[in-house]
Design a protein around this ligand. Structure first.
Ligand SMILES: Cc1cc2nc3c(=O)[nH]c(=O)nc-3n(C[C@H](O)[C@@H](O)[C@H](O)COP(=O)(O)OP(=O)(O)OC[C@H]3O[C@@H](n4cnc5c(N)ncnc54)[C@H](O)[C@@H]3O)c2cc1C
Length: 465
């Protein structure tokens, strides 16, 4: 063993988990592939350009206090450390500075966050088509905004947030095309009373809508039939809205249909998962303390279920308290007492989710792309080919992968996995829970062979904090 606890991911969940664990006396190591702490929401927060930090506002700056606590916590932090394998005995293998190393602890918390849901529409693989989050990453990490006309399309709070941030940063936004169907509003209504108990979110949503309206940017709603035009590069977005066909010229098309838990690591470890029909995504099964079905392996934050940054922070603290209890550093009573604040904060944050999940549920057509639309972009496998696999007798993504190479490229099915499950479910008339997901194997992301070779010489690192 090299540590008491290893935390993977330095977003709000991972930072809170690591700081809490250190405060409880656990010798803790935090690994993150990014060059600095922050995760998605607080990316680059301690080094961000002052103008960018001002533009992103107090919500972003909250990350500074978390990063500050981490720096003072005594946690051993390794940035630029990509975890590419975890064995079921919880040995973690990571790549840093071109060299792979192994560390191990009896408790492991994966706080690896979320990723954007793929939006497989015609033309989505053209250069110039990105996820909306990619534009935000460029803004946060390099103070850079896309040049030329930009159109944003899809649905969800992050789409509106990125639109507002890009407008404030001076980007040339040619249009916003929302795809959430009108039925979503009716479904969301019954969750409104609970949402009203956390009015800050609703207020923020209204402020964003007001900002978009006051910017005078063409704004379309309930759009369908989206397609990106262009031969070598995106040139325009076509769609139908209000019963009419529209076309917006743009060299950059930013797509977004919500975020989904990043389950690559939990799939690699083979822990139990459930299909979440409200969030249309897989989530690992965890208890109150983030404990999965594999002893000692815990998860926290958006990687367990999408609930936002403050919920991630609270669930990270809970998971660390659970880890300290499992290591007999806390009695039952001490554990419950220590966790009471975080549990209350988590419960409060969760009250808004059913409303947001219903309001921004992705339209059904995103899960049922036309036969000639590419779904697996690494291997260029179309939706029609996946349906053909189902007709040939493939009952799940792993067989479909074997026969068609779908999900076998460099992203290892991270991007197409959920879509493939949903397409097979539609074709086989079964629920996604019965169809299952890709089995994941190391390496989680491509790593140089030389770095793997460096492992042959080493044993577990004896690191000290
Ligand atoms: C692109 C994107 C942008 C977002 N922007 C916002 C926003 O502006 N505002 C907002 O409220 N919410 C945003 N979200 C939602 C968001 O994820 C938050 O709810 C919050 O950041 C979740 O915190 P977390 O700690 O669970 O995960 P994250 O903040 O995502 O942190 C996960 C961390 O794990 C690390 N990691 C993942 N895999 C590995 C690995 N194999 N090895 C090493 N490190 C790894 C990542 O580098 C990352 O730092 C965004 C989501 C995405 C996908």
């Amino acid at each position: 063993m090299t540590h008491d606890l290893i935390v993977i991911g330095a977003g709000p969940a991972g930072m809170a988990a690591a700081c809490t664990a250190a405060s409880l006396g656990l010798k803790t190591l935090l690994l993150d592939e990014q060059p600095s702490a922050g995760g998605q929401i607080y990316r680059n927060v301690s080094r961000a350009d002052a103008n960018v930090a001002a533009l992103l506002g107090p919500e972003y700056s909250h990350g500074l206090s978390l990063a500050g606590q981490l720096a003072q916590s005594g946690v051993e932090v390794r940035h630029g450390a990509l975890v590419w394998d975890v064995a079921r005995d919880l040995t973690v293998t990571a790549l840093q500075d071109g060299r792979s190393f192994q560390v191990r602890a009896p408790q492991l918390i994966a706080a690896t966050g979320a990723m954007e849901r793929a939006s497989p529409i015609p033309g989505w693989t053209l250069p110039g088509v990105l996820n909306a989050g990619a534009a935000q990453i460029a803004l946060k990490s390099a103070a850079s905004i896309p040049s030329g006309p930009v159109v944003l399309a899809g649905g969800g709070p992050l789409l509106l947030l990125v639109a507002c941030q890009l407008i404030d940063a001076g980007a040339d936004i040619a249009g916003i095309v929302e795809t959430s169907p009108s039925a979503n509003r009716i479904a969301a209504l019954r969750h409104l009373p609970a949402a009203l108990t956390v009015p800050a979110y609703l207020l923020k949503g209204l402020q964003m809508m007001w900002r978009l309206r006051s910017a005078g940017i063409p704004h379309f709603t309930q759009a369908t039939d989206l397609a990106v035009e262009g031969s070598d590069q995106a040139e325009a977005l076509r769609f139908t809205s209000g019963g009419r066909a529209h076309r917006i010229d743009a060299g950059i098309v930013l797509l977004h249909h919500g975020v989904v838990p990043n389950t690559q690591l939990s799939r690699l470890l083979g822990v139990e998962h459930d299909w979440d029909n409200a969030q249309l995504a897989w989530r690992p099964r965890v208890d109150t303390w983030g404990q999965t079905s594999l002893a000692g392996f815990r998860m926290a934050g958006d990687g367990t279920s999408i609930a936002g940054a403050l919920a991630a922070e609270a669930s990270g603290a809970n998971a660390a308290i659970g880890a300290a209890h499992a290591m007999q550093r806390l009695s039952d009573a001490e554990r419950d007492q220590r966790a009471s604040l975080a549990r209350r904060a988590l419960a409060k944050q969760l009250r808004i989710r059913p409303f947001l999940d219903a309001l921004y549920r992705p339209p059904d057509w995103i899960n049922t792309p036309a036969d000639d639309t590419i779904v697996c972009r690494c291997e260029e496998v179309t939706a029609g080919r996946i349906r053909e696999m189902a007709r040939l007798g493939c009952e799940g993504p792993n067989q479909a992968k074997f026969f068609s190479r779908c999900g076998m490229g460099p992203c290892q099915g991270r991007v197409c996995g959920i879509g493939v499950t949903q397409i097979l479910a539609g074709e086989l008339c079964k629920p996604p829970s019965e169809i299952g997901a890709y089995r994941i194997r190391a390496p989680l992301k491509p790593v140089p062979l030389s770095s793997v070779a460096s492992l042959a010489n080493g044993t577990l690192e004896e690191t000290s904090t």
